[in-house]
Write a protein that binds this ligand. Structure first.
Ligand SMILES: [Zn+2]
Length: 184
């Protein structure tokens, strides 16, 4: 979590203080004007992009956090952007593709980064297909490849990636890869 020191409203000192309406919880609060600096989860939109062979497109992260790990394509929403708009923008920027058959897959909370740079994320995942364009890595990714269920990496960049892939495998009638195996 960020350790911001000064109030963005008045420049006063921020400190962890009990919330007025929930005294058993503490949030970063201005000691001068009482402004509460909420560090709410940041929303993202991400896709399991699938092809007609039942494969998913993964992207290799070019930068930290999790440089060198496979990720699902997507990213942080911009101010006032709707999740599906953000998804279309990110996939255009990252891969140069337009998408179609977009359907909701699930929401999975997660963490992004470490220490003071760590963000809590609220991740909206979709299933989608490519309408046009050949996936071409751009901006913050080093590679993009199709993976079948058997060849998925042992560990994805983020836990929410693994939950989303499991949800997708289940939705397409296949066994989960990352979650606990079903009890026999
Ligand atoms: Zn203040």
């Amino acid at each position: 979590m960020h350790h911001f020191r000064f109030c963005p409203e008045c420049g006063g000192r921020l400190a962890q203080q009990p919330l007025r309406l929930e005294p058993d919880k503490k949030e970063l609060t201005c000691t001068a004007c009482g402004f509460v600096f909420w560090q709410n989860a940041k929303p993202t939109a991400t896709a399991v992009l699938e092809n007609k062979h039942g494969e998913a497109l993964l992207v290799l992260r070019a930068f930290d956090p999790k440089k060198g790990f496979w990720d699902l394509p997507g990213g942080f929403l911009e101010t006032e952007e709707k999740p599906e708009e953000g998804l279309r923008r990110e996939l255009h920027e990252e891969l140069g593709v337009e998408i179609t058959d977009v359907s909701f897959l699930g929401i999975f909370a997660d963490r992004y980064g470490e220490g003071e740079k760590m963000e809590i994320t609220f991740n909206v995942y979709y299933r989608a297909r490519i309408a046009s364009g050949d996936p071409t890595p751009a901006s913050d990714i080093a590679d993009a490849r199709w993976f079948n269920a058997a060849s998925l990496p042992e560990h994805m960049a983020f836990e929410s990636n693994e939950k989303a892939l499991d949800a997708w495998l289940e939705a397409t009638g296949r066994a989960k890869k990352y979650g606990p195996a079903p009890a026999v």
